[in-house]
Design a protein around this ligand. Structure first.
Ligand SMILES: NC(=O)c1ccc[n+]([C@@H]2O[C@H](COP(=O)([O-])OP(=O)(O)OC[C@H]3O[C@@H](n4cnc5c(N)ncnc54)[C@H](OP(=O)(O)O)[C@@H]3O)[C@@H](O)[C@H]2O)c1
Length: 335
């Protein structure tokens, strides 16, 4: 039995353009574990339960199945195109052909235009989706501001052509943004970054807010089903932190919902994923009821453990030390 949450009651986030977007969206990355059919069936259910924002990407390899679901929802009058906020991303091997990549996503998703188009990673270093964690591409190179701007210009052209409404960036660092933001004609509306209680990225978060770039938090639950290549024995399980369990108990809900309330009240838009109806239903509904107290928010703020889950090691270039080089941790772009 589908529970319906009225989308009007879901809190909104305001972009710098003044446009309001849903305060929570649904992720669609099957994590190499869930088939395109399982993910698209969840999207179909999610639309019917009141989700209006979907985070898609070419490299998730399921946009055509999700497109079938969008089309059916439009044809059946469940929603109109304008009711949905559909996001997609250009993958690293298409930075020199952004228009082609965008067109394919629009065709696959059967959505006429994209509400937000992200540059998924800020460089062209390619690895095949689903590759092994030890895989390296000898052609990989360090971040280049010039190349990034060249890619970004192509997305700006898509905005001018009406194919894309907002530009998004993803997996960025402060030094990389400092190098490129002054050169962009259309400022990015949002940035996707990894955010969960044990990885809060406060400095980057504050920087984004100061630049009016909305933080969209991926892996908001600590991605318990993430691909093997992103699992290390030392990783912390956010949901099992005693503080999360204690707050969850006080609210009578799963710790996942506490993580989402926290993400929202902190000022980000979380994009949790689930193929299970009861989970994705409650992930949406939880923002409409029973907020966390200031004390609970403060307690979760203490759970920072610098526990980055997506290290991105497969994008390293020859001569790089290790995955830390991707994240400019010393305040400058590592070359
Ligand atoms: N821009 C980027 O580079 C980037 C990178 C990664 C992800 N993303 C986006 O972010 C989205 C979310 O990340 P993610 O899917 O990796 O991780 P996540 O949303 O943190 O975790 C998803 C998992 O949490 C469990 N879950 C979901 N709702 C739950 C609930 N209410 N109660 C208990 N467990 C629950 C489910 O596991 P079970 O199946 O075991 O229940 C599900 O597979 C992706 O789908 C993708 O759209 C973007």
């Amino acid at each position: 039995m589908t529970t319906f949450t009225n989308p009007d009651l879901v809190p909104k986030a305001k972009l710098y353009t003044g446009e309001e977007i849903p305060g929570v969206g649904m992720g669609t990355f099957g994590s190499d574990r869930f088939s395109p059919e399982q993910v698209s069936a969840a999207v179909a259910g999610a639309i019917r339960c009141g989700y209006r924002m979907f985070d898609c990407a070419a490299c998730y390899q399921n946009e055509d199945q999700i497109g079938e679901v969008f089309k059916a929802a439009f044809d059946e009058g469940v929603v109109e195109r304008k009711d949905l906020f559909i996001m997609s991303k250009v993958w690293n091997n298409m930075h020199d052909r952004v228009a082609e990549s965008c067109e394919k996503s629009i065709v696959d998703l059967q959505c006429d235009y994209l509400d937000m188009y992200f540059i998924h990673w800020p460089f062209r270093n390619y690895h095949a989706p689903g590759c092994d964690g030890d895989a390296r591409n000898p052609d990989s190179v360090p971040f280049s501001p010039e190349q990034f701007i060249e890619t970004y210009r192509q997305v700006e052209a898509l905005v001018e052509q009406g194919k894309v409404r907002h530009i998004g960036i993803s997996n960025m660092t402060i030094p990389k943004m400092e190098a490129v933001l002054p050169h962009l004609k259309i400022a990015p509306s949002a940035c996707e970054l990894e955010l969960h209680p044990c990885f809060q990225q406060q400095e980057l978060f504050d920087y984004l807010v100061s630049k009016n770039i909305y933080p969209i938090g991926f892996m908001p639950l600590g991605s318990p089903q993430r691909p093997e290549r992103d699992i290390l024995v030392e990783d912390i399980n956010d949901m099992q932190m005693p503080e999360m369990q204690e707050i969850a108990k006080a609210h009578g809900v799963h710790p996942a919902l506490i993580a989402l309330k926290w993400a929202h009240q902190r000022g980000s838009v979380p994009i949790p994923f689930s193929v299970h109806e009861a989970e994705y239903n409650s992930n949406l509904r939880c923002l409409t009821e029973d907020p966390l107290t200031a004390e609970e928010m403060a307690k979760i703020a203490t759970l920072e453990r610098d526990n980055r889950l997506v290290k991105g090691q497969v994008f390293l270039w020859p001569g790089a030390n290790d995955w830390h080089d991707l994240w400019d941790e010393d305040g400058f772009i590592v070359k």
